[in-house]
Design a protein around this ligand. Structure first.
Ligand code: HEM
Length: 404
């Protein structure tokens, strides 16, 4: 059985996402079923066509994420398949047992114990960021507050010297912008930026081999990874570590200001913070989609899939699935249970940075609302939108805010 409801819609069109997730459309599509066939569309940034199953229901996302034998990650995490030389070469483009080898190697840097140690660092950095914001009064909440925290923390974890961070994350920013057809970055400039990033990763590897320190890149550079594996690891960590938490923090602020009663409750009772953080993560759901390839004929959500089919999980849609969340369009910091799939549906690829990201969002939201009695959004947010190319889909790039 296939649905015709996606025949007029291109779920990979960046314009669909420019104003945030198209929740009304997703809700409408969910009425046709949790797994819908998406006819072939052209993806300019990859110069390929792709047709795929859109998995938009919550139980189905969990099923796909957990059953790695039927739904393989090797062809890459984007909706279209990755170029051949990259397949099977990155953590998010590998299946067990190769995946387990890489994941074990890096997991040492991301255990709850390590993140617990980092929490103090996150608190200190947050205070410094908010001191500077308070001195300014009117800020770009993204550039001045939401972006510096995750960028510096992932920089600390990887072991990128402070003096190099401006350059490294400037390259990441150029690459992110290049995926948005409305941004003035050409494919040649994007390719050059990627080459610069890989060159930097290579020089960092040399430095960490010569003088290993207590950071993730010292572990990776001194392991037995291929050059391509190292390059893609660097790309994954600098992208994943800097853009997702920034979106959650910014969208979290916006949604709290839209719900002043809940903001007040949160200011009065900090015990509500962990639940509020989960609800912010469900609400903002900063990753759009991850792709998989079907390895054997299977049934999912009432439709028949064939070996070789491409498939993509849409997390923001799953997080509003009315079969799982009571009143899913109500923002509720007391929602319980809250089984959001913001970090994935479980399984071998479950977000490596989940605990870290949650801590960043919680600490920043806590400190912003405790410190500033007046928080006023004084302009529209701007976003870059790259649809399916980068799994994140949308990045908020600025939000003018007055803090007092
Ligand atoms: C709010 C912030 C974040 C969100 C919403 C998020 C979301 C996700 C999602 C949905 C996946 C795929 C899960 C799956 O396929 O089962 C993922 C994977 C991953 N995330 Fe995150 N992430 C966030 C922050 C971070 C941070 C801070 C890091 C820092 C390193 C990170 C590193 C990774 C890595 C390396 C993977 C691939 C893991 C694998 O394939 O084994 N993420 N993330």
């Amino acid at each position: 059985m296939t649905s015709s409801s996606l025949e007029q819609i291109d779920l990979l069109d960046p314009e669909l996402y420019r104003g945030g997730w198209p929740h009304a459309l997703y809700a409408d599509l969910r009425r046709s079923g949790p797994v819908l066939w998406h006819p072939k569309v052209y993806v300019p940034a990859f110069d390929v066509d792709v047709a795929f199953w859109a998995v938009i229901g919550h139980p189905e996302v969990r099923e796909v994420d957990r059953d790695w034998q039927t739904f393989a990650a090797t062809d890459g995490p984007a909706v279209p398949v990755w170029p051949e030389d990259r397949r099977g070469q990155a953590l998010s483009a590998m299946d067990p047992p190769a995946h387990a080898r890489l994941r074990r190697l890096i997991s040492a840097g991301f255990t709850p114990r390590m993140v617990g140690r980092l929490e103090e660092q996150i608190r200190e950095r947050t205070d410094r960021i908010l001191d500077a914001a308070a001195a300014k009064g009117t800020v770009d909440f993204v550039a001045d507050v939401a972006h510096p925290l995750p960028m510096d923390i992932i920089g600390d974890i990887i072991g990128i010297p402070e003096a190099d961070r401006h350059e490294v994350f400037g390259i990441v920013d150029t690459m992110q912008r290049s995926y948005d057809p409305k941004e003035p970055v050409t494919r040649e400039q994007a390719n050059a930026a990627e080459a610069d990033l890989f060159r930097y990763a290579g020089s960092l590897s040399e430095a960490k081999r010569a003088r290993p320190t207590d950071d993730v890149w010292s572990i990776l550079a001194n392991g037995d990874l291929t050059l391509m594996e190292l390059d893609l690891f660097f790309l994954t960590l600098t992208f994943a570590g800097s853009e997702t938490s920034r979106n959650a923090i910014t969208d979290g602020l916006i949604v709290l200001l839209d719900h002043p009663g809940q903001l007040d409750a949160l200011r009065r009772d900090p015990a509500l913070l962990p639940g509020a953080t989960d609800e912010i993560l469900r609400w903002s759901s900063p990753v759009l989609a991850f792709g998989r390839t079907v390895t054997r004929d299977a049934e999912l959500g009432g439709v028949q899939l064939s070996a070789g089919d491409r498939l993509a999980m849409f997390y923001p849609s799953a997080n509003r699935d009315e079969r799982v969340f009571a009143d899913p369009f109500r923002f509720d910091i007391r929602r319980t249970p809250n089984p959001h799939v913001t970090f994935g549906g479980g399984g071998p690829h479950y977000c490596l940075g989940a605990h870290l990201a949650k801590t960043e969002v919680q600490v920043m939201i806590e400190k912003v609302i405790q410190r500033f009695g007046t928080i006023e959004i004084i302009g529209e947010p701007s976003r870059i939108s790259n649809g399916p190319v980068n799994t994140v889909g949308v990045n908020v790039t600025s939000l003018p805010v007055r803090l007092a």
